[in-house]
Design a protein around this ligand. Structure first.
Ligand code: NAG
Ligand code: NAG
Ligand code: NAG
Ligand code: NAG
Ligand code: NAG
Length: 477
């Protein structure tokens, strides 16, 4: 029985075990930077914070009870000690604590004692506040990242209060009662409001899309493949990282291979991208009927040495001008197989197997098939980051052109191969000029990557980076 259970569990873990094609790691350096930016932001934005009213009643044995409300409470000064945040493997989450916070508040008070209503303003100091909170990260049923509060405790060291206005002598009498009462009232409010903040954050996480349409053909799935992994020095998230054709939504006939991100504690974050992600995009385009193009003579630049005109094909296919003189030609070019990237430690290789079908266009519009060529090519690319920009270069590794069928008799393809290579090398030179200038790294409104480096690895590419966060007023609400 027990053995059966183990076998079932193993099978389950095998079928569920899907390798992430994208891994994102936050190191302790990143966590501390994020905390610092967050604490700075909170300190700057404290005056915008609206605090909830505090109300209740105080029982005073002989006199009965006084109902009170403190309202319009504003922070006038706050010494926010630097909180501490750490990865907390016990809860697969974070542990945050803030000790010795003191706040000066001001606001209005109102009391209601029998038929006597009274009111005025107050100044209050709340001191030695400490808050400890543990949150757990997880994965919900929709494979979103989830965050839940595991524990929270808050202590208020004490409250000092001065009452102004109204017939304030009435409550000034009881201000000592008040202080203790309000101190514990504040204490009981801290954790619910921390939990409320976490719940709001969780709500945003749930509302976030984990699949994104990248263009009309492809959608990218960035859902979690597994629970977040946390140890004392980092948080690692595994994301599916698979592109699908929006039309067919089929999985490619290959799978993401597991990979292990190299350690790089010197950076705030790192991201690993498996060749699977790019190959799933190529498969998506391929299964959606991408990678086919019809080339006609009007797409050939006028100065080109070759034109899609049967009369001018003599140097390559001697019999063609005699069999079909003076006709324009069309080329149907399509991928014979899914093009595939292969990531290696020094370069990215891309294999491309293409078929080219040539037709002559008769004066009445009929397309007469002439011949079919198979082209097998492989390109090698390098990518790197310099001056904060992503740069690259591409070169042709090998290129062979063979005759796969002919309606016009056989011919040698050497001359065609030479001219095709020439054309492709020209196109690559053009492309390399653009790649050499580079592209800006993607940046968001509130953050950008700095000090980034790319490292090619076997099967994946790793990006290590620091980040700069710009939190402006009211970014979070
Ligand atoms: C999430 O995806 C849906 C459907 O694709 C889209 O309508 C919505 O705008 C997206 N939401 C966000 C926040 O991007
Ligand atoms: C060549 O193809 C383009 C785009 O499909 C088309 O606009 C153009 O009319 C075609 N030219 C000829 C000569 O067929
Ligand atoms: C094809 O080339 C021949 C020779 O240059 C020319 O006479 C003919 O007009 C061209 N055909 C077309 C359709 O352009
Ligand atoms: C178009 O012309 C070609 C060659 O002259 C001929 O073989 C074919 O039957 C014609 N097609 C039509 C539909 O007239
Ligand atoms: C391209 O080159 C690689 C290595 O140089 C070789 O393994 C591969 O078979 C070549 N492809 C073709 C189509 O010649």
């Amino acid at each position: 029985m027990f053995l059966n259970l183990i076998v079932v569990l193993m099978l389950l873990s095998c079928t569920c075990g899907e390798n992430p094609a994208i891994q994102v790691t936050l190191t302790n350096k990143g966590l501390q930077y994020g905390k610092h930016a967050g604490a700075d932001w909170i300190q700057k934005n404290l005056e915008h914070i609206t605090l909830p009213d505090i109300s209740g009643d105080i029982d005073i044995s002989i006199l009965g009870s006084i109902d009170y409300t403190l309202t319009g409470i504003r922070i006038i000064k706050c010494d926010l000690p630097e909180p501490s945040v750490a990865f907390y493997p016990d809860a697969t989450g974070f542990k945050t604590s803030m000790l010795g916070l003191s706040v000066a508040l001001t606001g209005e008070w109102m009391t209601h004692y029998g038929i006597i209503h009274d009111g005025g303003s107050f100044d209050m100091a709340v001191f030695s506040v400490s808050v400890n909170s543990v949150v757990e990260l997880g994965k919900d049923a929709d494979r979103h990242l989830s965050v839940t509060s595991v524990s929270c405790d808050a202590q208020v060291g004490g409250v000092d209060m001065e009452i102004h206005g109204g017939a304030s002598w009435i409550i000034q009498l009881f201000v000592n009662h008040f202080k203790d009462h309000i101190s514990s009232e504040i204490e009981t409010k801290i954790c619910p409001s921390v939990e409320d903040m976490i719940a709001k954050f969780e709500y945003h996480l749930q509302a976030m899309n984990v699949t994104f349409d990248v263009d009309q053909a492809l959608t990218l799935d960035l859902s979690l493949t597994d629970l977040p992994v946390i140890d004392v020095s980092r948080l690692n998230l595994g994301l599916k990282g698979e592109f699908y054709s929006i039309k067919t939504h089929t999985d490619p006939p290959f799978e993401a291979q597991p990979f292990t991100m190299p350690e790089q504690q010197g950076y705030m974050l790192s991201m690993g991208l498996s060749e699977f992600t790019l190959n799933s995009a190529l498969y998506g385009y391929y299964s959606d009927g991408g990678f086919q193009i019809l080339i006609n003579d009007s797409m050939i630049p006028p100065g080109s040495p070759v034109h899609l005109n049967t009369s001018l094909m003599g140097p390559f296919i001697p019999q063609l001008p005699k069999m079909f003189p003076g006709l324009l030609m069309d080329l149907q070019v399509y991928a014979r197989e899914v093009p595939m990237f292969s990531f290696q430690s020094d370069a990215v290789k891309l294999g491309f197997q293409v078929a080219v079908k040539a037709f002559a266009i008769q004066p009445n519009g009929t397309q007469t098939p002439l011949f079919k060529l198979n082209v097998d090519s492989e390109f090698i690319s390098k990518v790197w980051i310099a001056d904060g920009r992503m740069k690259g270069s591409v070169s042709m590794n090998n290129f062979t052109l063979t005759l796969a069928g002919s309606e016009v008799g056989t011919f040698t393809t050497d001359a065609l191969e030479r001219i095709a290579k020439l054309g492709i090398n020209l196109a690559l030179a053009n492309m390399n000029q653009k790649l050499g200038k580079g592209f800006d790294l993607p940046r968001m409104k509130q953050a950008q990557l700095v000090n980034s480096v790319l490292k090619m690895q076997e099967g994946f590419i790793a990006l290590f980076s620091d980040a700069e966060v710009f939190l402006t007023d009211r970014d979070f609400n």
